[in-house]
Design a protein around this ligand. Sequence first.
Ligand code: AMP
Length: 191
Amino acid sequence: MRLILMGPPGAGKGTQAKFVADRFGIPAISTGDIFRANVSEGTDLGIQAQRYMDQGEYVPDSVTNLMVRRRIDQPDAEPGFLLDGYPRTLAQVEELDGMIAFTGHRLDAVVVLTVDAEEIVGRLLQRSEVEGRTDDTADVIRRRQELYAEETAPLVEVYRDRGLLIEIDGMGEVDLVTERILTALDPVHQS
Ligand code: AMP
């Protein structure tokens, strides 16, 4: 299974990605998590990424694409993977197409979580208390939402046109949302 999980900041992608990936025995690859790990380890990549992340901006495609390419090349991603937070730009879509084609596989589905804006702000503010993410402040949240609308939301239509899109209501209990995703992916998994 080669899957993408999309949705605006705070839609619950990270939480759902882990459950769904576990179910299919594939790694959940979160570009945000990889960047955060590099920031806390103080690597060159972390130093490059941090200034963008702190402002809610996207890390440049060249940096992000190379990082994903290396991650996908790891042996645990050979049977498949679930991408959380990538691709976020049209250039990243093209790059990912190339990476997957190179391995002789194809993308199976793109799941997009839909949530209402008010719920999202509440979730993000709660997360800032629980996780202490430095990019969960009101200004940075606003910028991340703007960028999502401008750069990432158009990707939904790209994948819809390819017949890969699965829209899932992301509102409600975590378990319920997981169940919705797994039910929708069942026929994809069977085929
Ligand atoms: P996330 O944990 O997915 O919300 O990502 C946190 C931050 O990491 C984002 O606000 C961006 O600064 C950066 N980031 C994560 N994924 C990407 C990506 N695909 N392209 C560019 N920047 C990214």
